[in-house]
Design a protein around this ligand. Sequence first.
Ligand SMILES: *[C@@H]1O[C@H](CO)[C@@H](O)[C@H](O)[C@H]1NC(C)=O
Ligand SMILES: *[C@@H]1O[C@H](CO)[C@@H](O)[C@H](O)[C@H]1NC(C)=O
Ligand SMILES: [Zn+2]
Length: 299
Amino acid sequence: MVVRRILFGAAVLLSVNFVPGYTQDFGYDGTSGPNFWGKTFHNCVGKHQSPIDIELTDVKVKKFPPLKFENFDMALEKVILKNNGHTVVLTVAEGQLPSVSGGPLEGTYLFAQLHFHWGKNDLEGSENLINNHSFPLELHMVFYKSSYNDFLHAANHSDGLTVLSYLFEAVESENHRYDKFEEELVKVQNLGATAEVHDFVPVQQFIIDDKDAYFTYLGSLTTPPCSEVVIWIEFRQTVPLSHDQIQTFRQLSGTHGRLEHNFRPIQPLFDRVIYMNSGSYTYIKYTAFLLTILGIMCQ
Ligand SMILES: *[C@@H]1O[C@H](CO)[C@@H](O)[C@H](O)[C@H]1NC(C)=O
Ligand SMILES: *[C@@H]1O[C@H](CO)[C@@H](O)[C@H](O)[C@H]1NC(C)=O
Ligand SMILES: [Zn+2]
């Protein structure tokens, strides 16, 4: 079992580092920027691309089964952080992989990697938007469907990947759940730098606790090759982080100088429907109901 997990980890590392199509050059400015990706990577001009703007008045409310997270609360035996020139990527090299099932997903999805997108200041940076509102940082936890055996095979099926996506908010105080990560982040500022960390914090530390309030839609990888194979799960509640903590991300060096921003602009929705889990809807309705009752009582 341990050997199998190590193999899983190795497969993920291979997929990120050595496979054609995942290593070709792209950037976020000028002629290597998002508007030109489609010339080299034809999927990038598809009709189910990510990110998107989530318009609250257009979402369709739907009741999904509860999301089930496993191994989110376990320390990660050995992780590797890498500055790949486009972002900082965390992969699990040894130990139990977190997994997710339920919600809009059929079957179990295993952790492949997590990474971030940010902007040059706190007013922008997230890839997905809500009512045209940008957030300063967005975390993508990428999982592949376990029945497809590995990341690469999964990335060739329309339901092959899921991304648990978290939006951040700049706040006054530091979020100490990110201390350990930030400590490692400064070690991988140089292009191509890696850091190996043993007994790392559980992935639960990176996210918020509310698993019910989310949007979901079908989309793509937001970087080349832009494959349309991702079930997006975008959480409504934001993760707080201080300005200085967010600033650390902007110190990374990319393939084209300092990586000040690495978010792709929003793409057209076309025929797609964005769903909002009714768990969040019930919560909103319940709050509204309580406020109404309170209003009546106070009259
Ligand atoms: C967001 O921007 C689009 C395009 O400019 C516009 O049609 C839409 O009404 C905006 N949404 C909100 C909530 O302002
Ligand atoms: C799967 O791979 C084939 C052959 O390379 C390709 O034509 C097809 O578009 C891929 N499917 C997806 C969903 O990426
Ligand atoms: Zn991403």
